[in-house]
Design a protein around this ligand. Sequence first.
Ligand SMILES: [Mn+2]
Length: 318
Amino acid sequence: MSSINIDDNIKRASKILITSHINPDGDTLGSMCALYGAILERYKKHADMFIASKLPYTYRDLPFVCNAKQNYDKSLVYDLVISVDVAAKDRMGDAVELFDKAHTKINIDHHKTNPKYGNINIIDSSASSAGLILYKYFKENNWTITEQIAECLYVSILTDTGGFKYENTTAETLKTAGELIELGVNPNKVYKSVYETKTKDNVMFQAKAVSGAKFCNDDKIAYITIFKKDLEGYASTEDFTEGLVEKLRTIDSVDVAFLVKEIDAKSSKISMRSKHLDVAEICAQFSGGGHTYAAGCVIKSSVNTAAKKILNLINSRV
Ligand SMILES: [Mn+2]
């Protein structure tokens, strides 16, 4: 990893786009904003930042994020497009067209299922977040990490380890977090902003969703289905269901938890979490992917059919 250097690509490029993934989380947004801030600091260049949907409420305080846009002129040809935390090209949403046309395509990611779709691929599946890969890169290549850049990287690392709780939390994760705090990050302020500030609608909706959870296989499997109509009457945002599937996994008997969310009558979005089962492998069967204990996919079926397909696959394995 350390042998790959992208400084020359950035130096040469006059039009740069950084892309995050659809249904953006703290890692993809934190990495995108950190890279934006770092390129601005080092090369005095303003990159464009692509966000596939409305900014999730959770990340409203992220430095630089106000510069991210949902719409870019599709006719533009960028010298350089850099994707961060994007496990597969189709996870880029509309930005994929711009990515394909770019002269140079750089793919920075930590998902083990990443098929290396860039011209240059900086992939480290042992890294707990894409933010950690960026941090290492910045340090190795003597990039300046300002307090704002540090905060973006901290959000990446914090959220992709579930608040320093998941299996991917290592000494390196916490050491890096410590170094970012030394650079000026206020961990309490970030924690409050990301985890302890929810809208009333969100908390009430999640309580209702959890109480509607279904269980099977001696409570080893738990799942929640969410239809569009369930969201009616709530001021919902992109991150409205965030944390729900993790909540189910906290149940002592549960090994696999998943959430099936209606996209439309013929497609559903699945989020899976487990304690033992490799759910990345399950999601890969539907062209999705992710990490061993946290993965997702889209199934071209109605919510109930999609739930059945997942149940059929995991029933025999838990
Ligand atoms: Mn990530």
